[in-house]
Design a protein around this ligand. Structure first.
Ligand SMILES: Nc1ncnc2c1ncn2[C@@H]1O[C@H](COP(=O)(O)OP(=O)(O)OP(=O)(O)O)[C@@H](O)[C@H]1O
Length: 104
């Protein structure tokens, strides 16, 4: 947290703390959390810190990153939501539910 400067931003620090507490609790259930803010307020920075946290905990492979647009996905080194959920790119085609289930 120190090296990313999160302690200087109480809201970012609080967000990371929620994720950290969830990870160490070992609850296993999904954490649903919303981090909002105007452009340039540090949302991607928080996401990169979450990636670092998961990496340091040795559980990086349990974390999937996605964003609504390709540009936003690139910033966090993630996928578009469309790609991550294997949604068909052609109108009228059905989602491959079996493949989706095997991936998730
Ligand atoms: N706590 C922090 N300490 C130092 N630098 C920070 C901190 N939080 C954010 N920054 C820096 O501020 C800049 C903007 O942050 P970031 O890109 O995370 O914002 P964002 O909310 O994701 O923006 P956008 O919505 O436009 O994508 C980046 O250069 C980032 O490294």
């Amino acid at each position: 947290m120190d090296e990313n400067g999160l302690r200087n931003n109480t809201e970012q620090a609080a967000a990371i703390q929620v994720v950290y507490d969830h990870v160490v609790s070992g609850a296993g259930r999904q954490l649903l959390m919303y981090i909002g803010g105007c452009g340039g307020t540090g949302k991607s920075h928080v996401i990169r810190s979450i990636v670092q946290l998961f990496t340091e905990c040795g559980i990086r492979d349990t974390l999937l990153l996605s964003a609504p647009t390709g540009a936003a996905a690139i910033v966090i080194n993630g996928y578009t939501i469309h790609a991550l959920t294997l949604l068909p790119q052609t109108k009228g085609r059905k989602a491959n539910a079996a493949l989706l289930e095997s991936v998730w």
